[in-house]
Design a protein around this ligand. Structure first.
Ligand code: KIV
Length: 271
């Protein structure tokens, strides 16, 4: 058996089994080949090709501007780098809202052109028709409730969602509707930990939290935030594991000094 054939791919069924056996699910975003290879090699369960690429890769203020073509480009790069984890691709703003035909066509493009394994969509009852159309085509969907950044101009801020009873009740109802429609997991973003626990206990499919406390079945962070590439964003839920910004700046300063002083290259670095 070749080395490539030995890699056992994580599937949506694996995540289901992990929830059933109480094993936590680890998920991180990635947007390119090199980071996907490192993150996959480290043993992550799921890579999300997030539309946060709009922020951390392209420098936009929100996730709204990124296009379907751009998401497909990022996802193709990630798929080439990651051999073991499940790869989920965000459907960008405008590629699914309000029209089941467009939603299905967008999801099919993602699956066909990237080789990824599933798509993620933000919203509850409002997008249920699109969710059902996509699932009926055999495409797995990870749902996303709570703070849904594609609706930032409706919310008006990135504050914690569903603190009030009415919004919490809607979220609980949406989670069940999405599970019944066939979604294989639900991201819960920036909601109270007690609510996330209640939702996680009520669902058979796994919940993946970001700013939703410890009782979710898994956790996700944006790679640029947890590695300290992007150091300006420091919400309370974020644990920063590295300060790559500092390390890269230090290395680049050293390189500049070496070039300016004539210390690079040496004879050993020349032909
Ligand atoms: O786009 C993204 O990175 C996300 C995560 C924050 C869950 O949707």
């Amino acid at each position: 058996m070749s080395a490539a054939a030995e890699v056992k791919r994580i599937t949506t069924a694996t995540l289901q089994k992990m929830k059933a056996s109480g094993q936590k699910i680890s998920m991180l975003t990635a947007y390119d080949f090199s980071f996907a290879r490192m993150i996959d090699g480290a043993g992550i369960d799921v890579i999300l090709v997030g539309d946060s690429a709009s922020n951390v890769m392209a420098g936009h203020e929100t996730t709204l501007p990124i296009t379907l073509d751009q998401m497909i480009y990022h996802a193709q790069s990630v798929v080439r780098g990651a051999k073991r984890c499940l790869i989920v691709v965000d459907m960008p703003f405008g590629s699914y809202q309000g029209n089941g035909d467009i939603a299905l066509a967008s999801a099919i493009r993602i699956m066909k052109e990237t080789g990824a394994h599933a798509v993620k969509m933000e919203g509850g009852e409002e997008i249920l028709d699109s969710v059902k159309r996509i699932i009926s085509a055999g495409i797995p969907i990870m749902a996303h409730l709570g703070l849904t950044p594609q609706s930032i101009y409706k919310f008006g801020s990135y504050n914690v969602r569903a603190k009030e009873e009415a919004e919490a009740n809607k979220l609980k109802k949406d989670a069940l509707l999405l599970q019944d429609a066939g979604c294989f997991a639900v991201v819960l973003e920036k909601i109270p930990a007690t609510l996330a626990r209640e939702v996680s206990d009520s669902l058979e499919v796994p919940t993946i939290g970001i700013g939703a406390g410890a009782h979710c079945d898994g956790q996700v962070l944006v790679m640029h935030d947890m590695l300290g590439i992007n150091t300006e964003f420091r919400p309370r839920f974020l644990r920063q594991y590295l300060n790559i910004h500092e390390q890269v700046t230090g290395a680049v300063k050293q390189y500049i000094d070496d070039v300016k002083s004539g210390g690079f290259p040496t004879d050993a670095e020349s032909y």
